[in-house]
Design a protein around this ligand. Structure first.
Ligand SMILES: [Fe+2]
Ligand SMILES: [Fe+2]
Length: 469
């Protein structure tokens, strides 16, 4: 473990005086941003948090009580491998780059800034959730996700400061100036400008939207620009917990819903103070579709450029037989004259869709798990993921309207039926009515089941947050 006085890191920061000074200048601005835009309140409280202290698989994380403003946000890159070669694109087989090739600089900066912008954005979106957590365990998990998104911001800011010179420093400052939902200075991507003010949305966000992040990081961890590959590789170890929070959060809700249905003569979970399965389905439809948008258009020149330039790869690139994607094609439904027709497009142009495929498989695996809970309760309802064409605002399918099963429908029908498929005001109102904080150790709100186990081997009734008056 290499620790620095002020910024924990494994990148020899103390030996690079200029970089160290630049980051030390940025650091107070980060702390000020955290105070203004991080979790509202709870700044004096002791939270049982995991802190990254190294990249050793045997023990990269340290658990202890920390006040969030004292969290030690650090810079950690996965180890560099000797003789590492680029795994895909036009530069496949060449040694990886340790500095940025001049001609790829603008594309790379755009990739780093876009990824970097999502990290603080999600903290801003979630800043009020601490006031309504269903348990101390969940409250702690929220803050864990928040501080780690803060660390991911540090990871991207390190790359900007270290490799992009003056414009990198300006971009790093801008990352703290944009604000989620601010009409004058919004965050870059649409889904990151919506506030997340209830816990159903939070689990959906960590399940579906953070999982887009996971696949973006996977694609970048293949990058020929090795510092980007190594930093995203380590970010993925933290990201796994965020996915866990979302997936198990929804599973715990489903479980509780089934219990409540069994207690009610009409299997009415709402009457028993819980969430009903059709409402959960609507929230899945919403978050899955807005998150699918984050992968970008189905046919994309940017995606082809990034892949060709060996900057952004595919999921499990090493396991594929061909790495240039120059000759292959990809079959896709496109919209022509208002109709869906199958077309073959050059594979490089379909890289967003290829990544979305991996994402969809991963989401389906989680959905199958939720359904096993429902099945075990002998309830016939099944949750489903909507078609990738449903409710899209980006890409080919944003031109038409589709039912959840992917069938095209006229816009009038969509308007008439959308509240069957997506949460409407009354659903949101009902969800909001359930959001009351439960902050005694071992207690939990009535609409969600407790987790199977606690954090770091601790029991569920452990005091994950100690409130300091
Ligand atoms: Fe992140
Ligand atoms: Fe995350």
């Amino acid at each position: 473990m290499i620790q620095d006085e002020t910024i924990p890191n494994n990148v020899n920061l103390s030996e690079d005086r200029r970089l160290h000074r630049a980051l030390e200048t940025w650091q107070p601005n980060f702390h000020q941003w955290w105070a203004e835009m991080g979790p509202s309140d709870f700044l004096k409280d002791q939270i049982y948090l995991r802190t990254a202290v190294s990249v050793e698989p045997s023990g990269w994380a340290h658990f202890d009580y920390v006040k969030m403003p004292d969290y030690r946000w650090g810079i950690f890159l996965a180890p560099s491998l000797p003789d590492k070669k680029i795994g895909f694109g036009d530069y496949a087989g060449n040694p990886v780059w340790h500095e940025i090739p001049g001609e790829l600089r603008n594309w790379l900066r755009r990739i780093v800034v876009t990824q970097g912008d999502t990290e603080p954005a999600s903290v801003e979106q979630q800043r009020r959730l601490g006031h309504s957590a269903p348990s101390l365990y969940d409250l702690r998990n929220l803050f864990q996700v928040n501080v780690e998104e803060g660390r991911h911001l540090w990871a991207m800011v390190y790359l900007l400061h270290r490799y992009f010179g003056r414009d990198g420093r300006e971009e790093a400052d801008e990352l703290l100036r944009r604000r989620s939902g601010n009409p004058d200075k919004p965050r870059i991507l649409g889904a990151f400008n919506q506030p997340i003010d209830n816990w159903l949305d939070f689990y959906m966000f960590t399940m579906f939207t953070d999982r887009d992040g996971k696949y973006q990081l996977i694609a970048l961890s293949e990058s020929g620009f090795d510092p980007l590959a190594r930093t995203t590789k380590f970010m993925l170890t933290e990201e796994a917990h965020h996915m866990f929070v979302g997936e198990t959060g929804i599973q715990r809700i489903v479980q509780r819903t089934c219990e409540l249905m069994k207690q009610d003569p009409n299997e009415d979970a709402r009457r028993q103070g819980g969430l009903d399965l059709p409402t959960i389905q609507k929230y899945i439809n919403f978050w899955y579709s807005v998150s699918a948008d984050l992968f970008g258009g189905e046919i994309s020149t940017n995606a082809a450029n990034y892949f060709g330039a060996s900057l952004k790869g595919r999921d499990r690139e090493a396991g594929r037989s061909e790495h240039s994607a120059r000759e292959e094609t990809y079959r896709i439904f496109v919209v022509e004259d208002g109709k869906l027709v199958e077309r073959d497009v050059p594979l490089r142009n379909a890289m967003n869709e290829v990544l979305r495929d991996s994402y969809i498989d991963d989401c389906q695996r989680a959905c199958d798990r939720w359904n096993r809970v429902i099945e075990r309760a002998s309830i016939s309802f099944r949750l489903t993921l909507p078609s990738r064409r449903f409710n899209r605002a980006v890409g080919l399918y944003s031109e038409l309207r589709f039912e959840p099963d992917g069938t095209p429908i006229p816009p009038e029908d969509w308007q008439r039926r959308r509240s069957q498929w997506l949460p409407d005001d009354s659903d949101r109102e009902y969800v909001r009515s359930l959001m009351n904080p439960v902050y005694q150790p071992g207690k939990i709100a009535g609409w969600i089941a407790p987790p199977e186990r606690g954090i770091n081997g601790k029991p569920f009734d452990f005091e994950y947050v100690i409130f300091v008056p």
